[in-house]
Design a protein around this ligand. Structure first.
Ligand code: AGP
Length: 607
């Protein structure tokens, strides 16, 4: 997620903006910039990389006369993380300057329309398109609020923007839709920002903007309007009692918990521009020029490997693509049988995992095509792939991967639908059900997450004495069982194994006793009878069982955990946060360092 901050007041704006951006660094970014008005136009200073690079540039300039300005840390979505693509962006005439957090879904058609009218663009970003559209509105209406209303009513997608007009250098305009934006109200100074920490040292008085609202601030005034028709809006002023640290986690105790609860938004963002509800179809322009692979080899590590294993079931069943899923550290050392007819799908949240990167390099040497499925724009895996599908999950701060996996499953489901549709192997009823279910998923999750957390907390306390867990699942729930086990062991340090339920009788059943609990994934699907009999075998040996299942299941286990179970594979999107929250609550209850578990790194960039 990007970080934005705007300031109008009595202090030098630029140093205050830089400090504010530092307090937004937790949001993740790969370039940064500031802008303020000088007599002859906007001064825009930007740099790729960390804020230190920007500060170095500013060190050589006199930037203290402005008492208004905007600043931005960019998490790249459209266009690589370069200085050219960094924000702020001015319109072609230089009258306006903008910073933006979000995704403009229809930016391509807007850009083509304005280019045809002679507008020139200097970056690859959707943001530069937006500022030129607002400039066009200003030409026609001669009024900033009307220009904003006109332009934003033409935009599809998500935005939190702040912008300045060179003719009103002491004012800032801002607006939001699906991306956060708050106002900070000081004494002789006012702020707009993505999040409270940006200005918390200066004021605790906050106004939360809602979707479809825009505002204008100066050093001594603030006002809020409906984007739709510029109707004035009365807003309540809140007083914040958080400290900066707590505020960076949005009030959550840990980043991991915050990221688990971000999963509804992650699904929305991953679907943005890719799911055409009216036509009930998927668009993946990133791979539209690629043939459906004769054979797909998925290469990944850890949680990303579990996501790949999950995707295999769908890609085989819906798209009829033969799939193998390989652990990258094994794949890279095998005597591989690979050629130009093969496609490798490299799944990596960070895009920097050494084993995965090595795997795609070896595959490329053998002529295979590479598709990257990454979260970090411009990462090594993304750059070295022939095509890349970005998961748009925003930066994942906690070492334990949660929302990233949710976005990977979303992208893999889209891929299976896309290739299935293209091959004509997808039953239209199944396709329509999946598309509709996907679009309803964020709302279902938003409603269910608090209850999932409550149950997870209760079960974690009940089973906190356990020293080892067996996680069981069949079909799509087998990779989820492995992921649940990984989550538990990596943050609570309790040993756990994820196993195909059908494999239990081939060994692990010897472990079952009253002190070796089983966590089963048992939705009422076509494999349910098999899972049920596996659980009876566990119970016959006095093993305790937690079973994630549907409301209608008659499961006589110690702890049935009944959750909504939408039609498979959508049920996985409810099971996944339940597994994550059980691990989270267990680790938190046991007093572990949830966000930075011992011995672990967020990205394993070495072998
Ligand atoms: C997951 O919770 C772990 N932190 C780890 O297994 C991670 O998924 C793995 O290192 C792969 O990382 P990547 O997705 O960035 O390649």
């Amino acid at each position: 997620m990007c970080g934005i901050i705007g300031y109008c007041g009595h202090r030098p704006a630029v140093p205050l903006i830089i400090e504010g951006l530092k307090r937004l660094e937790y949001r993740g970014y790969d370039s940064a910039g500031v802008a303020f008005a000088r007599k002859d136009g906007f001064e825009v200073i930007r740099s790729a990389g960390k804020l230190g690079n920007l500060e170095e540039k500013l060190g050589g300039l006199y930037v203290y006369e402005a008492s208004a300005g905007v600043g931005h840390t960019r998490w790249a979505t459209h266009g690589a993380p370069t200085e050219q693509n960094a924000h702020p962006h001015t319109d072609a005439t230089g009258r306006l300057v903008i910073i933006h957090n979000g995704i403009i879904e229809n930016y391509a058609e807007l850009k083509a329309e304005m280019a045809a009218q002679g507008v020139t663009f200097r970056s690859e970003t959707d943001t530069e398109v937006l500022v030129n559209l607002i400039a066009k509105g200003l030409d026609e209406t001669k009024d900033m609020l009307q220009a904003l209303s006109w332009a934003l009513n033409r935009v599809e997608g998500a935005y939190a923007i702040a912008l300045q007009n060179i003719d009103e250098p002491d004012a800032i305009y801002a607006a939001r839709k699906s991306s956060p934006l708050v106002m900070g109200l000081g004494v002789g100074e006012n702020f707009v920002a993505s999040d409270i920490p940006a200005f918390l040292p200066y004021t605790r008085k906050v106004v939360f903007l809602e979707d479809g609202e825009m505002c204008k601030i100066t050093a001594s005034s603030w006002s809020v309007f409906q984007v739709r028709d510029i109707t004035p809006v009365d807003k309540e002023v809140h007083t914040i009692d958080w400290d900066v640290q707590a505020a960076q986690k949005g009030g959550y105790k840990h980043f991991m918990l915050k990221e688990i609860f971000e999963q509804p938004k992650v699904i929305r963002d991953c679907l943005a521009g890719r799911l055409d509800l009216s036509a009930s179809r998927v668009c993946l322009p990133e791979i539209e020029n690629m043939e459906i692979p004769e054979r797909l080899i998925i290469v990944a590590c850890g949680t990303s490997y579990h996501a790949g294993l999950w995707g295999m079931y769908l890609l085989e069943s819906w798209a009829k693509v033969p799939v193998s899923v390989e652990i990258a550290s094994e794949f890279r050392y095998r005597d591989l049988i690979l050629d130009e007819k093969d496609v490798v799908l490299a799944i990596s949240q960070s895009g920097e995992t050494a084993d995965t990167l090595a795997g795609i390099r070896i595959a490329k040497e053998r002529g295979a095509k590479i598709i990257g499925l990454c979260n970090v724009v411009g990462s090594s895996v993304a750059r070295e792939s022939d095509a890349v599908i970005y998961t748009q999950a925003g930066p994942e701060i906690s070492v334990a991967s949660t929302k990233a996996m949710c976005s990977q499953l979303t992208a893999l489901l889209l891929l299976a639908l896309y290739w299935g549709e293209k091959r004509g192997s997808l039953d239209s009823k199944l396709r329509d059900g999946a598309v509709r279910g996907l679009s309803e998923l964020p709302g279902l999750l938003e409603a269910e997450l608090p209850a999932l957390r409550g149950k997870a907390s209760q079960l974690a306390r009940k089973y906190s004495e356990a020293r080892s867990f067996l996680y069981l699942g069949r079909g799509l729930n087998y990779p989820l069982a492995m992921e649940g086990a990984l989550k538990l062991k990596e943050i609570s340090y309790i040993h756990a194994e994820g196993y195909a339920a059908g494999e239990m009788k081939h060994g692990p059943i010897a472990l079952i006793d009253p002190n070796f609990p089983t966590f089963a994934l048992a939705p009422v699907d076509d494999l349910y009878p098999k899972v049920k009999s596996n659980l009876e075998e566990v119970q016959a040996r006095a093993g305790k069982i937690i079973a994630l299942t549907g409301p209608e299941a008659e499961l006589a286990v110690d702890d049935p955990w009944r959750v909504p179970t939408p039609q498979s594979p959508l049920c996985s999107f409810v099971f996944l946060p339940a597994l994550q929250l059980f691990a989270y609550e267990m680790a938190d209850y046991l007093g572990k360092d949830v966000d930075q578990p011992r011995n672990l790194a967020k990205s394993v960039t070495v072998e």
